[in-house]
Ligand binder design. Structure first.
Ligand SMILES: [Zn+2]
Length: 254
């Protein structure tokens, strides 16, 4: 369990701010679902996993970024902030893209996008974007205003693209996607993934004692049965065996 790295997951949008809406999906809901799963995965590795929201509520973007910056400043180690989003554009664009800060490099973004694409989604790009107004600053608020946190904006697929949306309809796709985002983070941090734990050992049932075992043992002890029948008590008896047994009993009774 690592306590030198803090993870702050930011499920994009929320409340009155829906994000992209397409094909019956609202981005804010899926972002939250993916993020909750991602938190579950990462809590297996990091003692500090925070979230900017854990329910469907509005959290103003600049206040959200400031909150992340504050948490990062209070923490002695490294803070990584994955912002979980889904894309929408013109219905044609598709695939996964991850955006990193102009003050960072593409490594974390690349690790994450490669893992997402292992699910079959096409690779679109990794990129960073400088503000055109304020040179030397990031275009995106979550990069620009999150202080010392290393922030990546993860856009796993396009909600308005039919091919990408087909992935969402696969069973268990959201947990799988969250798992892959988590794996990308672990790969970047060079933290080995834990092997799945073996299933709990089934308690061995005590062997059943056959209902005629006691008779078998007593007749053996009395010398009436000449051999041990413990393992064959369910076998059919031959007429010969029964005749021999009755005859032995007859003699024994005298
Ligand atoms: Zn978004």
């Amino acid at each position: 369990m690592r306590n030198d790295i803090q993870i702050i997951i930011d499920p994009g949008h929320g409340g009155t701010e829906t994000g992209a809406v397409a094909n019956g999906y609202k981005e804010k809901d899926l972002n939250l679902e993916i993020s909750l799963e991602l938190a579950r995965v990462l809590r297996g590795y990091f003692s500090g996993v925070l979230m900017t929201r854990t329910k469907d509520e509005y959290f103003d973007l600049s206040r959200r970024a400031a909150w992340v910056a504050k948490k990062a400043a209070e923490f002695s180690g490294k803070t990584i902030c994955p912002c979980v989003h889904l894309n929408a554009y013109n219905g044609q664009a598709r695939g996964a893209e991850v955006i990193y800060s102009i003050h960072s490099d593409a490594k974390l973004a690349t690790c994450i996008v490669e893992k997402i694409c292992s699910l079959g989604l096409p690779f679109r790009r990794v990129f960073s974007k400088e503000s055109s107004v304020n040179k030397g600053q990031d275009y995106y608020c979550m990069h620009r205003a999150t202080g010392s946190a290393q922030t990546v904006i993860i856009e796993s697929l396009f909600l308005d693209n039919a091919y990408d949306v087909a992935f969402l309809k696969q069973p268990e796709f959201i947990p799988k996607l969250a798992q892959k985002i988590g794996e990308g983070l672990l790969t970047y941090l060079q933290i080995p993934e834990e092997k799945p734990k073996p299933a709990t050992l089934q308690l061995q049932q005590p062997p059943k004692i056959h209902q005629f075992k006691k008779d078998n043992d007593e007749l053996m002890a009395a010398g009436i049965l000449k051999s041990d029948h413990t393992l064959t008590l369910d076998n059919q008896a031959t007429e010969g065996f029964v005749i021999a047994l009755v005859n032995r009993l007859r003699k024994d009774g005298k």
